[in-house]
Design a protein around this ligand. Sequence first.
Ligand code: SF4
Length: 235
Amino acid sequence: MSTIYHIVQFEDGSAYLMFDVCNWRCSYCIRNVSGWCTSLPEATIKTLNRIEHKYINIDELLKILKENGVKLAFLGGGEPTQDPELKGIMRLLKENGIDSWLITNGELLDEEIFQLSKGITFSIKAIDEAKHIKLTGRSNRRVLNNYQRFGNDEKVVAETVYYPNIIGCEEVQKIAEFVHSVNPRARFRIDPAVQLRDKSGLKDCVEKIRLIHENTYYFDFAGKSKPPKLLYPKI
Ligand code: SF4
C-alpha cells in the first residue's frame, strides 16, 4: 500500500499522483490550503472535502493509469521520497511504459530514484540555513549536497517558491546563483506561493534573476488551463 490518495489527469494525458507524506513544515505548503488538486472545479473540491484520504492499492493505481492511457505520471504531493513504496511504484510504472516525473524537496533523493525518474523538479526553498529551518523545520545541508550531486543532469529542473517576506527576490537571487554554480544551463522555475494574492512582483523578480541565470522562467496559468479530470478517489 502506498500513501497515494489522489490522482488527476491533465488535458495532455499526463497524470498527477499525490502522496500523503511530508515531515517538513513549510508555511506556504499547498497542503495547508487544500489536500486536493486546487485546479479541480470548486464543486468537486467541496465534495472531496467531505471524504477522508483513502490510500490506493498498487493494482488499482496501475489499472486506473492504464485505463486512462497515462504515459507520464508526476509524483508529488506531499513528498514522494518519504513514501517507502516509492521505488517499487516507479519500477512498476516503468515496466508498464509509464514515465515518472518526481517533484521533490531533494533531501532524500538518491541514485536509484534519480535513475528511475524521467525528470525531476528539485525544489530549493532557501540557501540561508537559518531561513530554511525557519520555513521548513529542517536544515538544507542534504538538499544542497544532493543538488550539487544531481543538478548537473539535464533531466533536473531547479525550482523555488517566491513568497515575499518569507522568500523574497533577494533569497531567490541566492538560489539562482547556487543553481548557476552547479549548472549554468539548468532550467530554473520560480513559482508564486499559492497563498500569494498580489503576484505583480513576480515578473520583475524573474527579470532580475535572468541577469544572473538566463534559463529562468515562471508559468502564468491565469485563465489558460482546463480543469483536470478526477481519476481518484471516485466520487
Ligand atoms: S517540502 Fe513540499 S510537501 Fe513538504 S511541507 Fe514543504 S512544500 Fe509541503
